[in-house]
Ligand binder design. Structure first.
Ligand code: BGC
Length: 735
């Protein structure tokens, strides 16, 4: 046997016995260690805190610690130029490169405003998430930013959460797949991606004083599993911990979450940065936090910076070990090296038209057709239709989510209306942002024979007058959602529900186009013929919406969240903490544990208004030949056929629906399939075994019981088409 064979045999044994990260010597680890070993403590301390570049937003003078000429953004952390370690220039985020109120970079011409993550999640297309990630990172890199503060990977487990639009889905497998590809896209461009807001940061209200109570096994099976899958498939360079507490400990000072789960059980090699204003104490450094972000925000929030003078003092006093400081720094250097941020040449030029095409393609794939009674859509393009377009500023543009992720497009907003509010420091900045082109203009281009009239939804009676003399009435309904506030109920603001009722009473062919970040209750649902969910569709959203309405695009989005009939049909029918003043300590229970979203509907025997995974098409699809194998995991093979007359994309979904006599609902896999009329495709889905297992918190392992696993091939979590059973063998496995 040659030495090489001996070595491979030894490595093979080690790989079986030890986690992959221990067994494989990694040259990047070695390089990072060598670099870190040459640093002075002063250099080390310079890297482990970032400074916010937004003087005017904070109402302060520019911080002298940021060297002149540095492009301003959410965070700047010192590099070590003599050792070739670049400074970290960190920018938001998942809908494009931000520049809130133009205050970071007054000369920045604006960036591409991509659709919100919940829309990208609706595409069920991980490669789309990758393209969007790549595109955003290109615009970050051309500005000199080497750390992107995206993507978000929390689950949309609470339907009132104002920030759900920044997340992909309520399901961990879908979230993990989408977030992983977003990270791969970003890091492929040489920019470090940041998976956030780790973890159990599922509600905004009183987020600095909120304690989320969730059982650990449930977290492992839902919220944490999404993060875990994303991390395994993409190795994001950094992870941002969120604001609130989890089971009594702040997320950024949560030893269980950071040290035990993320770093030890999962072997995460990158660094953990805090959210802005999430570090009340220096000893979070001992709990797994590697970098304090936006130190000025901690001063505003808690009265002092944590990882500067205080941590240095703890270091001097021997309370903060040298090894830990080195570990923090090594993690950052490693992540910068891993994406090649230390070897950047001149940035490749950006083709903004091509960037817009990616934003448009994303919007096309993520818009969801929820209802289409009597084939009211697509609109007839060859008849002189009288089309009433009503409300939602549809003559001006489409709307965006608000908060730190809002993007200013090239040429500025088509409109901006301040809403204000009392929700902490971000309340006053809460705004309705509009992107051009407008749906009205885009519809006019696609329907040259139509007569299109716009009504501003001033009063129900006025809107009804136009609806009455039109062949079809399209109401655009909007709701601003965003950071630092939640939605007290599922209604639409500004009396829009009443407008829709009046329009639907006046015109039997009423279609509603929603732009919201969450499901809304739609009391008028049975009175309208069509419902289109456009989420926050980005700067090309007006075009994509018009294309879907006119049938130029065949809708293929599937809702990645369950739509409750009303709040009584959710795990928390009431939410008393919403009534508390900003600054008040509050407790929020997530008693559903791992049974998040559609899993909860199944386990409690409830039927949502629209199920997770639901979405219609202008063509039809048939499923056949479901074959399921068991053993270590479930493998399902089946055929999808486009049985209609138009090309289109379908998303067949494979679910576990129960084990023996017990109900247990889990999405095991899905695939977005594009098919020409009459075309068929065979699809194979192999389940990640963790989706078939329960997490045993005592054993710290996943446990599959032997039994009969019931499997469904379905159009949504509530629409099984074919079913089968598989026998699985009992086993325990990590991590
Ligand atoms: C948000 C983060 C964001 C950070 C920096 C915070 O308010 O929670 O998502 O990355 O600000 O702007």
């Amino acid at each position: 046997m040659s030495t090489r064979t001996n070595l491979s045999a030894l490595l093979a044994v080690l790989t079986v016995v030890l986690p992959a990260w221990v067994a494989q010597a990694d040259p990047i680890d070695d390089r990072a260690s060598q670099t870190e070993a040459q640093m002075t403590d002063d250099e080390r301390f310079g890297m482990i805190h970032s400074i916010m570049g937004a003087a005017s937003i904070l109402g302060k003078e520019p911080d002298p610690r940021i060297p002149k000429g540095t492009p301003m953004s959410a965070g700047y952390a010192r590099g070590v130029p003599r050792l070739g370690v670049p400074a970290q220039l960190q920018t938001d985020a998942s809908m494009g490169v931000t520049n809130p109120s133009n205050s970071y970079r007054p000369d920045d011409p604006g960036a591409t405003a991509f659709p919100s993550s919940i829309l990208v999640g609706s595409s069920f297309n991980p490669s789309l998430a990758r393209r969007v990630g790549e595109a955003i990172a290109r615009e970050a890199r051309v500005r000199g930013f080497n750390v992107l503060l995206a993507p978000g990977a929390n689950l949309t487990s609470e339907v009132r959460n104002g920030r759900n639009y920044k997340y992909f889905a309520e399901d961990p497998w879908l979230t993990g797949m989408m977030a992983a590809e977003a990270v791969n896209g970003i890091q492929g461009v040489g920019v470090v991606a940041t998976l956030k807001h780790y973890a159990a940061n599922n509600f905004e209200h009183n987020r600095h004083w909120q304690d989320a109570i969730v059982d650990r096994a449930g977290l492992r099976e839902a919220e944490l599993l999404g993060f875990q899958i994303a991390i395994e498939r993409s190795q994001p360079g950094s992870i941002m911990c969120g604001y609130n507490k989890l089971n009594g400990d702040y997320l950024c000072g949560n030893d269980w979450l950071l040290n035990q789960v993320l770093k030890k059980a999962w072997g995460y090699k990158g660094w953990v940065m805090s959210d802005w204003g999430a570090v009340p104490k220096w000893d979070f450094a001992l709990k797994g936090l590697d970098q304090e972000s936006g130190v000025q925000v901690d001063v505003m929030q808690w009265g002092s910076e944590a990882f500067t003078d205080k941590l240095r003092a703890a270091h001097r006093d021997g309370e903060f070990p040298k090894d830990r400081l080195s570990d923090m720094v090594r993690r950052m250097v490693r992540s910068l090296y891993a994406v090649g941020a230390d070897k950047w040449g001149p940035p490749p030029p950006i083709d903004m038209a091509a960037q817009n095409e990616i934003a448009l393609e994303a919007a096309r794939q993520g818009i969801v057709l929820l209802k289409n009674q009597g084939a009211v859509l697509p609109l007839a393009i060859d008849r002189p239709l009288k089309v009433a377009v009503i409300g939602g500023h549809a003559q001006t543009g489409v709307i965006s989510g608000t908060g730190s992720g809002a993007v200013m497009p090239v040429g500025g907003y088509a409109g901006q209306i301040n809403i204000g509010g009392a929700h902490g420091k971000m309340g006053p900045a809460r705004s309705l942002f509009l992107f051009r082109p407008s749906p009205v203009d885009e519809l006019a281009k696609l329907l040259p024979s139509a007569e299109i009239e716009y009504d501003g939804a001033y009063t129900p009676a006025e809107s009804a007058l136009l609806a009455q003399r039109s062949d079809v009435a399209i109401v655009f309904a909007i709701r601003v959602e965003g950071e630092a506030f939640d939605l007290p109920d599922l209604s639409l603001p500004w009396g829009q529900d009443a407008i829709i009722e009046a329009v639907a009473a006046a015109n039997p062919n009423t279609v509603v186009v929603l732009q919201t970040g969450n499901p809304v209750s739609m009391p008028w649902r049975d009175k309208v013929k069509g419902i289109v969910q456009a989420w926050f569709p980005g700067q090309a959203g007006g075009t994509a919406i018009a294309e879907v309405l006119a049938g130029k695009v065949n809708p293929s989005g599937r809702t990645p969240v369950s739509w409750p009939v009303d709040l009584a049909d959710t795990p928390r029918p009431t939410m008393p903490i919403l009534g508390t003043k900003w600054g008040m300590p509050v407790t929020l229970r997530f008693d559903e544990g791992g049974e998040v979203g559609y899993r909860w509907y199944a386990s409690t025997g409830r039927t949502p208004m629209y199920a997770f995974g639901h979405g219609l098409s202008y063509t039809s699809f048939d499923y056949a030949d479901l074959k399921v194998d068991g053993g270590e995991t479930v493998t399902a093979t089946f055929t999808v056929t486009n049985t209609g007359t138009r090309a289109g994309a379908d998303v067949p979904q494979v679910y576990l629906t129960g084990v023996d006599e017990t109900k247990r609902m889990r999405l095991l896999g899905f695939e977005r399939v594009e098919l020409q009329p009459g075309e068929s495709k065979t699809v194979t889905v192999t389940a990640d075994p963790r989706l078939l297992a329960r997490f045993d918190d005592k054993a710290q392992q996943w446990r599959i019981e032997d039994g009969n696993y019931r499997i469904a091939l379905a159009r949504s979590a509530q629409a099984p088409v074919l079913t089968a059973e598989a026998q699985l063998d009992a086993r325990l496995f990590g991590n």
